[in-house]
Design a protein around this ligand. Structure first.
Ligand SMILES: [Zn+2]
Length: 201
C-alpha cells in the first residue's frame, strides 16, 4: 500500500523500542510532511551520534572522545563508583544530586536464560578498576535495576568484589524503588532516597 521508501521508513521506525506499527506510520507521515531542513536535521543527528559517540575508556558510559564528561571532571569523588546497567541509568542518578562519585556501566545485566554471561558485561573491567585504583576505591554502589536479573547481577558483583577487595564497602540501593522497574523510570525523589539510604551487602 505504501511506496517502498515510505514503507522502509515505517519499518525502521517500528524497530525502535516502544514504537508499534501505527505509531511508526504516524511518525513516518509526520516526517514526510516536515520541511527538508527538519527531516534532514533528524537524519543528521542520528548519523552524528553514531559517528562521534563511543564508550568511555574508563567507565563505559557514552562519551565523545576517549573519556566521558563525568570521568573528565576533576571535582568528582574518585573513591566512589556507582555500578549501573546501561548508559541511560547514569542520568536518573545524576538528577538526584545525591551522588558525586564516578560510574561503571556494565552494558546489561546477567541473564543466563538470554545467554548473558559475566564475560558479556564489563565486569572484569570493574574488578581491574577497583584493584588498580589510586587513590583506592572506598565504596562501590550497586545500582543495577530492582529486577530479577539486576538483583542477580548485584549479588554476583558483591561476591566478586568482596573476594578481590575485602576492605571495600559494597552497598546496594535501599528498597523503595518499584520492584521490577527500571532505574530509568524512577523519579528523582525516590531514587535520591534509595541512594541516601543505601546499605552494605
Ligand atoms: Zn567515564
Amino acid at each position: 500500500m505504501l511506496a517502498p521508501p515510505v514503507q522502509r521508513l515505517v519499518t525502521e521506525l517500528g524497530r525502535l523500542p516502544g514504537i508499534g506499527n501505527r505509531t511508526a506510520q504516524r511518525l513516518a507521515f509526520h516526517i514526510l510532511r516536515a520541511t527538508p531542513q527538519d527531516a534532514n536535521a533528524l537524519a543528521d543527528a542520528i548519523r552524528e551520534v553514531k559517528e562521534r559517540i563511543g564508550l568511555c575508556e574508563v567507565c563505559f558510559n557514552l562519551a565523545e572522545g576517549p573519556r566521558c564528561t563525568i570521568c573528565s571532571d576533576e571535582r568528582r569523588d574518585t573513591t566512589l563508583i556507582c555500578v549501573v546497567e546501561e548508559p541511560g541509568d547514569v542520568i536518573p542518578v545524576e538528577r538526584t544530586h545525591e551522588y558525586r562519585g564516578l560510574y561503571h556501566v556494565l552494558g546489561g545485566a546477567l541473564s543466563p536464560i538470554d545467554g548473558v554471561e559475566p564475560d558479556d558485561l564489563k565486569i572484569a573491567q570493574l574488578y581491574t578498576r577497583v584493584e588498580g585504583a589510586d587513590p583506592r576505591v572506598s565504596e562501590v554502589v550497586l545500582a543495577t535495576n530492582p529486577t530479577t536479573t539486576g538483583e542477580a547481577t548485584a549479588l554476583h558483583l558483591a561476591d566478586g568484589l568482596r573476594m578481590r577487595a575485602p576492605e571495600l564497602t559494597v552497598t546496594r540501593l535501599a528498597s523503595g524503588l518499584p520492584v521490577g522497574g527500571d532505574l530509568e523510570y524512577a523519579d528523582e525523589v525516590t531514587l535520591g532516597r534509595a541512594l541516601a539510604g543505601r546499605r552494605a551487602v
